[in-house]
Design a protein around this ligand. Structure first.
Ligand SMILES: N[C@@H](CCC(=O)N[C@@H](CS)C(=O)NCC(=O)O)C(=O)O
Length: 214
């Protein structure tokens, strides 16, 4: 299998955490693919017209897009551990958490994009709105932190843990842990997993010159 990949993409990280948990990481050939909303990656678009990573090419040559679809596909190649629980309660809890983590990631990415704009062009009300949503999101997660700790590891945990990892990478100055001790404790345990340690992001981002053109 070939994975269009980058060491700093949180959506790619979700897939690689799954691959490590499932013992499939060695079967994936990683191809560095640089993506940016401002600069469509033409070679990648042969496989994913939306120019996004992760994009997986299966051994049969099928292109798979979207981290959730790829994680589910990987779990069909290796059924244990089951990162996509079946039981009704467990399944919906996991999918709720997965969606929550994904929404958090999307909000953080949009917030960062806005912050990257030249200072006089960033929309202040939008920046304030993202900050408020993050605050509310962390408080909501704090209320579920005991359940996060006691529930078998799943793609729901992976999505939330990866979003918190992205928060640390791109918004370190926010020091989010103080207000949410339960979530912070869960996150420490998450960060200790071998799959999470093996996928620590590498920040080699170079700001595209197009952002600084008048
Ligand atoms: N829903 C997709 C989102 C993937 C995504 O947004 N990837 C980012 C990198 S973290 C990307 O490639 N962005 C390029 C773009 O939006 O043009 C998934 O879960 O895989």
């Amino acid at each position: 299998m070939i994975l269009h990949w980058s060491p700093r993409s949180p959506f790619v990280r979700k897939v690689m955490i799954c691959a490590h948990e499932l013992g499939l990481a060695e079967r994936i050939e990683k191809v560095r693919s640089v993506t940016n909303m401002l600069l469509p990656n033409e070679p990648l678009m042969q496989f994913n017209p939306w120019s996004k990573i992760p994009t997986l090419i299966t051994d049969e040559g099928q292109a798979m897009i979207d981290s959730d679809v790829i994680c589910e596909y990987l779990n069909t190649l290796q059924r244990a551990p089951q990162l996509h629980p079946d039981g009704t309660t467990e399944k919906w809890r996991c999918l709720r958490w997965r969606a929550f983590g994904n929404e958090m990631l999307h909000a953080l990415i949009l917030w960062r994009n806005e912050r990257e704009r030249p200072k006089d062009k960033a929309l202040a009300p939008l920046m304030t709105a993202f900050a408020r949503k993050l605050e509310a999101g962390l408080i909501a997660l704090e209320k579920e932190s005991a359940q996060l700790s006691s529930t078998p590891f799943s793609v729901g945990h992976i999505a939330i843990g990866t979003a918190l990892g992205y928060l640390d990478l791109r918004f370190a100055e926010l020091q989010w842990r103080q207000a949410v001790p339960g979530l912070s404790a869960w996150n420490e345990a998450f960060k200790g997993r071998p799959s999470v340690r093996a996928t620590e992001p590498v920040d080699d981002y170079v700001r595209p010159a197009i952002l600084d053109q008048p």
